[in-house]
Design a protein around this ligand. Sequence first.
Ligand code: CA
Length: 222
Amino acid sequence: MKLLVVEDEPKAAAALQKGLTEAGFEVDVAGDGEEGLTLARAAAYDLLILDVMLPKLDGFGVIEHLRKAGKDVPILVLTARDEVPDRVKGLELGADDYLVKPYSFAELMARVKTLLRRGPAARAGAIQIDDLEVDEATGKARRGGKDLELTSREFALLALLARHSGQVVTRSQISEKIWKVEYDGVSNVIDVHVRHLRAKVDDPYDRKLIRTVRGMGYALGG
Ligand code: CA
């Protein structure tokens, strides 16, 4: 399990790195938001531990950029300010949990374990479905060896389907994972995105990989 700690206070960062390494994790540390974002985009982490008050780009900015890029790595936010608006903002932007400073290491470990249990399945390398390849580490998808030009939303949707290939992914699951909102049962935004995705992933090819499962959702392959 590989974690990224984005924390600008050297002592706090060192303590986190030491504790988490001793707990058996592989740990990278970034000292500011820009560095954190760069690392988080370039490598596949199982979890991000992200301070809010950071130089160059704050934690909120990091979350926003990552989620827009379709990265759904679990994020635990560390906030020094026990203010509800901050907390809410972090969660609205797509953080998974938060911890108010000062926190105990035991408390942090408990949150980390919960998030890792709940987080996206381990994604070692690219997922291969038929001649389609979905690589979450690089954010690229290819079919028949040809790069697919997908928007970040389309990629996130394809990656979600790929992670559950052969299974039905319901509209409410898609809504929750990609849009971070509860499915209202009416909105056709998902269907529109699936249509766009199909135009790129399936339309040019004989073999169709995205299936509509009536009344339920969508499945990729299988
Ligand atoms: Ca800080």
